[in-house]
Ligand binder design. Structure first.
Ligand SMILES: Cc1ncc(COP(=O)(O)O)c(C=O)c1O
Length: 355
C-alpha cells in the first residue's frame, strides 16, 4: 500500500471557511518607531510587576498555574465589592469576549453592537455562524439614545464598548441599566477595556444583581501589561458559572497571574499613569484641532482625528516613523485613530504633521 502524504486539508466548519479573520495592528520590530497604533500604554507597568516576576521560583514555572486564578480574582472582587465567584480571569479580554459568544450564540442567532466599534466582535460572531446586527452610532447618524433603542429584543448578545473605540464616546450608566432592563433575554456585554481613562463602570449593575450583564476589563491598557495577556469578566456568580464551562483549564499562565495581581494592587501607580495619559490626550486634542483635524472628545487612551486627506497623512506619518491606525471602511476612512503616547511621542507626532 502506498503511503503518500495526504495533501488536502479536511473541511473546516462552513462559518470558519467563510469568515474574514481579524487583522491585528502592526507590531513593528524597529524600536525607533513612535508606535501609536494599538492603544497600548506608553508607560511601563508598576515596578511591583517586575518584582513579582523575579520572585517566581522554578517550581512555580514547572507546575501548571492555578486554573481558577484565585488570588487575582479575590483581589479584584475585594476592591470592586463583588463576589470572587463573580470574577473570571482570562487570556486577555479578547478571550472572555470570545467565550461570551461561544457560550451564548448558536448558528443564526442575532448579535448586536453599536457601530463603529471594536472590529473583533464581528469576527467572533462570524466564526460562531451568528447574524450580526449593527446599531448605527456613527457621528453623523442617530443619537446614542436612538442607537440603543434600535436594539431588537431578539439579540442573544449585545456588545457595548464603553468608552467605545475608535471615537472614544461614552454610554451612561443609566442608559445601560435601561438597556439591560429592556432586554432581559440578551447578554449585555459591557467592554470596559478603556474605563480607567473615562466613564462610569457598569460593575454597579453587577452589584445590583443584573444577571444578564457581563462587564469585561483588561490589563493591557491602564495597567500597561498588553504583553502579558490578562483580562477579566465580571458578573453575578450564576452567569460566571456558565462562562466557566467554556474556559480553557489553564488559560492564564503563572507569570501573567503574578503580574496582573501586582499591577492591580498598585492602584496609586495606575491612577498616576492614567492622569498623565489623560493630560496628554487633552494637549494632543487641542494641537490636532489647530492643525485642521476634527476631533470628537475622547474618553479612551486614543483619539479619532478626521481630515479629508487622512489616508495620505497616514502614509506620510509612516515614512516619518510615526505609526497610527487607519481603517479603510465606510464612516472611518476620513480619520486616523491615534493612541495617546508619552508627551515626547505626541510632540513627534505633531512635528511630523506640521512637516
Ligand atoms: C474595546 C476593546 N476591547 C478589548 C480589547 C482587547 O484587549 P486585550 O488585550 O485584553 O485582549 C481591545 C484592544 O484593543 C479593545 O479595543
Amino acid at each position: 500500500m502506498s503511503t503518500a502524504a495526504v495533501r488536502t486539508v479536511p473541511d473546516p466548519r462552513p462559518s470558519v471557511a467563510a469568515m474574514a479573520p481579524y487583522i491585528p495592528g502592526e507590531q513593528p520590530a524597529d524600536p525607533g518607531i513612535v508606535k501609536l497604533n494599538t492603544n497600548e500604554n506608553p508607560y511601563p507597568p508598576s515596578p511591583r510587576v517586575l518584582e513579582a516576576l523575579h520572585g517566581l521560583g522554578e517550581a512555580s514555572l514547572r507546575k501548571y498555574p492555578d486554573p481558577l486564578c484565585r488570588r487575582l480574582r479575590e483581589a479584584v472582587a475585594a476592591s470592586l465589592a463583588i463576589e470572587a465567584e463573580g470574577v473570571i480571569a482570562t487570556n486577555g479580554s479578547d478571550e472572555i469576549l470570545k467565550m461570551a459568544v461561544e457560550a451564548f450564540v448558536r448558528p443564526g442567532d442575532a448579535v448586536g453592537y453599536l457601530w463603529p466599534t471594536y472590529s473583533l466582535y464581528p469576527v467572533f460572531v462570524e466564526e460562531a455562524g451568528g447574524r450580526e446586527v449593527r446599531l448605527d452610532w456613527s457621528e453623523s447618524g442617530p443619537t446614542q439614545e436612538q442607537a440603543l433603542e434600535s436594539a431588537p429584543g431578539d439579540l442573544r448578545v449585545l456588545f457595548v464598548a464603553n468608552p467605545n473605540p475608535p471615537i472614544g464616546r461614552l454610554v451612561g450608566l443609566d442608559d445601560l441599566r435601561r438597556l439591560a432592563t429592556r432586554l432581559p433575554g440578551t447578554l449585555l456585554v459591557v467592554d470596559e477595556a478603556y474605563i480607567a481613562f473615562g466613564g462610569e463602570s457598569a460593575v454597579a449593575l453587577v452589584r445590583e444583581g443584573f444577571a444578564n450583564v457581563l462587564v469585561t476589563r483588561t490589563f493591557s491598557k491602564s495597567h500597561g501589561l498588553a504583553g502579558m495577556r490578562v483580562g477579566l469578566g465580571l458578573g453575578v456568580p450564576e452567569l460566571m458559572r456558565v462562562l466557566f464551562r467554556v474556559k480553557d483549564s489553564y488559560n492564564v499562565g503563572v507569570a501573567a497571574q503574578a503580574a496582573a495581581l501586582a499591577a492591580w494592587q498598585d492602584e496609586e501607580y495606575t491612577a498616576d499613569v492614567v492622569r498623565r495619559v489623560r493630560a496628554t490626550r487633552e494637549w494632543t486634542t487641542e494641537r490636532l484641532r489647530a492643525l485642521g483635524f476634527t476631533v470628537t472628545e475622547s474618553h479612551g487612551n486614543f483619539l479619532f482625528a478626521r481630515r479629508a486627506d487622512a489616508r495620505d497623512v497616514f502614509a506620510a506619518l509612516r515614512t516619518r516613523r510615526v505609526l497610527v491606525r487607519y481603517f479603510d471602511m465606510p464612516g472611518l476612512a476620513d480619520g486616523l485613530r491615534i493612541t495617546i503616547g508619552t508627551n515626547a511621542d505626541m510632540k513627534r507626532l505633531v512635528e511630523a504633521l506640521e512637516a
